[in-house]
Structure formats: structure tokens, C-alpha cells
Design a protein around this ligand. Structure first.
Ligand SMILES: [Zn+2]
Length: 255
């Protein structure tokens, strides 16, 4: 990972900036171990610098056999939708209805956090939510929908193959405190965190941990539900109406 999040300064630091801020690894003025430890936002494991002082400098996890970081296992992050637990009594009907009333707000929130998100993947997420009964699961609240969408998919660059290498690959995950949908039930705005990961887009295949540029904390803010949606693209509205005509009130009524 090229940059690590410094909670004191509320910003990401490349190794070079960390050294400039807190001093080199061993120095007469800075005792070894004096520098503050930065942590991985997803597993909360401590990090150390690697190849410090060289162009290849980066951040790696301190060894911890007891905990494997989900950021190192893309396939596990792709399974980011936490495991389901007992369903709500109404089977999620109320939540599903509320979702379709406000879908533009949810889509706007997701787009604001992920420039690579496409309406097709949002449509697929909603269909998947129907198939898996996500709406009825304990812990799933309307304000969490954009985050569940983002955590459950991968977001490669939108450009063509030639453009891809210049663009970022985005991936999202809940932090270590969210192990199941039920954990979402007990969290309040601001804690725990949602994390956006930015990878260098690989020439082919999926990005690896080595290609991780940075992690950024994103508060699980649910107040956007009360704000106006961003201007929705006509093509996005059409895609949703085509996929869910009955729910969005555009189904043709046969005479
Ligand atoms: Zn980690």
C-alpha cells in the first residue's frame, strides 16, 4: 500500500511524508519505536514502512498470524455483503417500498462515493437483493443501502482498455466491526467505518494488495436520505424504469 491513513492528521501519508512528519526509522533525535503506528482501516492491524528511503517505499502490515487482513484477499472483499441473519417480520416489504420511493437518493449517494459505479451494477444489486431476501434481514436499514451496494461489488475503471491503466480501480469494505448484517443494527452514524480502497488498475485481471494506493474512511452517514438527489441522468432513470416498471409506476396497463 502506497499511503497509510494518519488518524491524528486525518489524511493519508506516503512513506516519505510520514518520515518528514515523524522522523526517520532510527535517528539520534528519534528513538526507534518513537514514531506513532499507523493502522490499516479495514483490519485495524498496525503497519510498518518497507524500503523506507527508496523509491520503492510502501506500507505493509505488521506480522499477525491470528488475523488475515480482508484487504489482502480481494475475493473475500467481493463477498463483502455480510452474512444474512434472521429476517424481519414483514419480510422487508416496507423497506423495499421505501427504497423504490427514494432510489435516486441512494444511487446519488453511491455515485458520489464511487465514480466508477454504473447504473447496470446498481440494477443488478437490487435484483440480487430481491433474490436473496436482503430487504427482510435484521440490520438492513434504508440508509445503509448505498454502502451494501458498494461493498458487494467491484468497480473497475470505466474507460477502454488503453485508458484503464491511467484510472483507478475502486473497491469498498466495512471495517472489522461489521461481521454480519446484525452488526449494522448496533452501529451509529460515524462508527464503525466504511472504507474506500483505490487501486492502480492492473493491465489485466483483478488488482492485488501491492497495487493498493490508499484506503479512505467514509462515515456510515445515513442522513443523505433526507437530502435531494443529485441531478439524475436520463439514461439512469430509464435503466431503472426498464428493470422495475411496476415498482416505479411506469408499467403499461393492458386494456
Ligand atoms: Zn489490514
Amino acid at each position: 500500500m502506497l499511503e497509510a491513513w494518519d488518524n491524528r492528521r486525518q489524511k493519508n501519508l506516503p512513506v516519505e511524508a510520514y518520515v518528514a512528519t515523524y522522523g526517520p526509522k532510527s535517528d539520534s533525535r528519534y528513538r526507534p519505536g518513537f514514531r506513532p503506528k499507523l493502522r490499516c482501516l479495514i483490519c485495524s492491524g498496525t503497519l510498518h514502512t518497507f524500503h523506507e528511503g527508496t523509491p520503492a517505499a510502501r506500507w505493509v502490515h505488521d506480522p499477525n498470524p491470528a488475523r488475515k487482513c480482508p484487504a489482502k484477499s480481494p475475493s473475500r472483499i467481493l463477498q463483502g455483503l455480510p452474512s444474512p441473519v434472521a429476517p424481519n417480520l414483514d419480510g422487508g416489504t416496507v423497506l423495499r417500498t421505501a427504497f423504490f420511493r427514494n432510489w435516486g437518493r441512494h444511487w446519488s449517494r453511491a455515485r458520489r462515493l464511487c465514480q466508477n459505479a454504473k447504473i447496470e451494477s446498481f440494477v443488478a444489486f437490487v435484483a440480487e437483493a430481491d433474490a436473496t431476501g436482503m430487504w427482510g434481514r435484521v440490520g438492513v436499514r434504508e440508509g445503509f443501502i448505498p454502502y451494501l451496494f458498494l461493498a458487494s461489488r467491484d468497480f473497475p475503471p470505466l474507460g477502454c482498455r488503453v485508458m484503464r491503466s491511467a484510472q483507478a480501480w475502486q473497491r469498498f469494505a466495512f471495517d472489522w466491526r461489521i461481521q454480519s448484517l446484525a452488526d449494522l443494527d448496533s452501529c451509529n452514524d460515524g462508527a464503525p467505518q466504511f472504507v474506500r480502497m483505490t487501486f492502480r488498475a492492473p493491465v489485466r485481471g483483478e488488482p492485488k494488495f501491492d497495487g493498493l494506493v490508499r484506503q479512505e474512511p467514509i462515515a456510515l452517514n445515513t442522513t443523505y436520505v433526507f437530502l435531494p438527489a443529485l441531478d439524475l441522468a436520463e439514461s439512469d432513470v430509464m435503466a431503472m424504469e426498464e428493470a422495475f416498471p411496476r415498482e416505479l409506476g411506469v408499467a403499461c396497463v393492458m386494456a
